[in-house]
Structures are given as structure tokens and as C-alpha cells.
Design a binder for this molecule. Structure first.
Ligand SMILES: [Cu+2]
Length: 169
């Protein structure tokens, strides 16, 4: 493969964050940027499967531990807990997002700064019991990617606080 083509593909993956496999499609994948020394960070994405399957695990060479996590409010406290699996019904999408399901990365071997990407492998099992996996190259971002251009969205920060820092996974 020509170097130029390879580079273009890497850029495309970093910008779009879309991945497809035989049964599994991943959209809008991103890792929240984090400095080294932080206890962990989260990976978020939208998953869709053409046939029902179950996400069973995740791993990355850049972290010591990768776990599937849920996040929920208990009283007024956000609680995270590992989940054994994330079932996907055929044709239905499941969104991993801040405050909900996410892939938790812990024991980080380095900080993850913006404009870089993190390799992540998702392991899954099909309805027929076949184990498979999908390798993603997930872009590191400060916040969720938006399909809209930021320049076209007038923003007014005066009236509200940014809550995202409180629920950093
Ligand atoms: Cu978590």
C-alpha cells in the first residue's frame, strides 16, 4: 500500500471514527482525553449489529485494564460498575456515552492527548456462539464528536455550567 493512501486512511478513521465488520458497525467512537497520572478514562461509541450478538470484552495495548462499564445514578451519586456483557439486538443501536455504558480504560501507560488515537479491540460472540473481534483505532477528543460544524452553532455559556467534568468516568 502506498504511504499516501495509508496516511489518508488513518486520517479518515481518526476524523470519522466509523468502523464496520461483518456483523458489527461502530460509529462516532471517541476516547476522552486524559493526562498521564489520571486513574482512567472512557471510550464511547454507537454500536449496531446486523444480527444479534454480545460484546463480551475489550482490550488495548496502551492500558493495563479495559472493562465494560455501566454508569447510573444512585440517589444523587453517579456509580460505575463493570458489566459482563453488552447484548446487541439485531438492527438496534446501542450508544455508549458519558453517564451511561462505556468502555473503561484503567492503568493507563501514557496520557491520551487530543489529536491522537487509541487502538481498541472489541471481543464479541454471535448468536450462534462464534467468538470474534474487531479492532478500532479510536480518536482522542475533549468531548463527543458532533456531526455539526461548531462554527455554525452559536453557543451561550453564560446560563449553564459544564456538567461533563463531574461525570468523567
Ligand atoms: Cu467506568
Amino acid at each position: 500500500m502506498h504511504h499516501f493512501v495509508q496516511r489518508t486512511m488513518v486520517l479518515w478513521v481518526m476524523v470519522v471514527g466509523t468502523f464496520a465488520h461483518a456483523q458489527l458497525q461502530v460509529k462516532d467512537a471517541w476516547v476522552r482525553q486524559v493526562v498521564q497520572g489520571q486513574p482512567g478514562t472512557g471510550v464511547f461509541m454507537t454500536l449496531q449489529a446486523s444480527e444479534s450478538l454480545t460484546i463480551t470484552a475489550a482490550s488495548s495495548p496502551l492500558v493495563g485494564v479495559a472493562q465494560l462499564h455501566s454508569m447510573s445514578m444512585e440517589g444523587n451519586v453517579m456509580k460505575m460498575a463493570p458489566v459482563d456483557a453488552l447484548p446487541l439486538a439485531a438492527g438496534q443501536s446501542l450508544t455508549l456515552k458519558p453517564g451511561g455504558y462505556h468502555v473503561m480504560l484503567m492503568d493507563l501507560k501514557e496520557g491520551f492527548s487530543k489529536q491522537t488515537s487509541v487502538p481498541l479491540t472489541l471481543m464479541y460472540k454471535t448468536a450462534s456462539g462464534k467468538n470474534s473481534s474487531m479492532v478500532l483505532n479510536v480518536p482522542v477528543l475533549a468531548s463527543a464528536p458532533s456531526p455539526q460544524s461548531a462554527a455554525q452553532v452559536p453557543m451561550d455559556h453564560s446560563g449553564h455550567k459544564d456538567h461533563s467534568s463531574h461525570m468523567a468516568p
